[in-house]
Design a protein around this ligand. Structure first.
Ligand code: 13P
Length: 261
């Protein structure tokens, strides 16, 4: 089994269109394999997820890097209708967006996202032909109470309910312990590996075809940076990273991409 690594930057609410274009230009300058055939052959898949208003400009600029894809940070579950402020999967697909994040802990924490709505958003995105990175992870309180695995199991089972083995080809799961996000505290390589192994094992139980557990990419997120990426990415069940702060610094993001090569 070989799972191509995926290095994804979640820009969160950072970067106007002009700033986003400048950042992509800088990433391309730092990661010179971008324009060459080496990019496709050796590099991980690279993904950047800017804010909605920055997507079009970044998409145009990213086309100069053959292994770079562009994703959105959220999507609504309905095809269309009276949902002020929301964006549908078809709108993203039409622009050329390939990925979307669902269930990020900031959406769960600040915007009332539930396991059920994460599942609905995920299914809508899949139906429109997008790939989805579903984010899961325990809070510090949950970790202290030693219920991490129960939380992960609930979030993964709910997030993936009604999703078929065939659809799982377009699903990535990101394990992002909430206490590690934006805090500079990273899970140790061993703790991160244990959580990823738990999720992979869960996929084995959930899907009769072992191909799902074997082929689904699992990403680590939470203060991943240029210094700790290599150790995390060397773990057997960690297939890439979902990076916040360090994805806004071209040199650091390029270093993390190289750590995955
Ligand atoms: P940081 O890398 O800033 O901790 O953010 C991680 C994250 O939330 C990515 O989705």
């Amino acid at each position: 089994m070989s799972r191509r690594k995926l290095i994804a930057g979640n820009w969160k609410m950072n970067k106007t269109a002009a700033e986003g274009v400048a950042l992509i230009k800088e990433i391309k300058a730092q990661f010179t394999e971008c324009g060459s055939s080496k990019c496709c052959a050796n590099a991980p898949e690279i993904l950047v997820c800017p804010p909605f208003t920055t997507l079009a400009a970044v998409l145009a600029e990213a086309q100069g890097c053959s292994c770079m894809k562009v994703g959105a940070q959220n999507v609504h579950w309905a095809e269309k209708g009276a949902f002020t402020g929301e964006i549908s999967a078809a709108m993203l697909k039409e622009m050329g967006i390939e990925y979307v994040l669902t269930g990020h802990s900031e959406r769960r924490q600040y915007f009332g996202e539930t396991d059920e709505s994460v599942n609905q958003r995920t299914k809508a995105a899949l139906s429109a032909g997008l790939s989805v990175i579903i984010c899961v992870g325990e809070t510090e309180t949950e970790r202290n109470k030693q219920v991490t695995n129960a939380v992960l199991e609930r979030q993964v089972r709910w997030g993936l309910s009604d999703i078929t083995a065939e659809q799982m080809k377009n699903i990535v799961i990101a394990y992002e312990p909430v206490w590690a996000i934006g805090t500079g505290k990273t899970a140790s390589d061993a703790d991160a590996q244990a959580a990823h192994a738990f999720i992979r094992n869960l996929l084995k139980q959930m899907f009769s075809c072992p191909c799902v557990a074997d082929n689904t990419r699992l990403l680590y997120g939470g203060s991943m940076n240029a210094a700790n990426a290599a150790g995390l990415l060397a773990q057997a069940d960690i297939d890439g990273g979902l990076i916040g702060g360090a994805a806004l610094k071209a040199a650091d993001f390029a270093t993390i991409i190289r750590a995955a090569m």
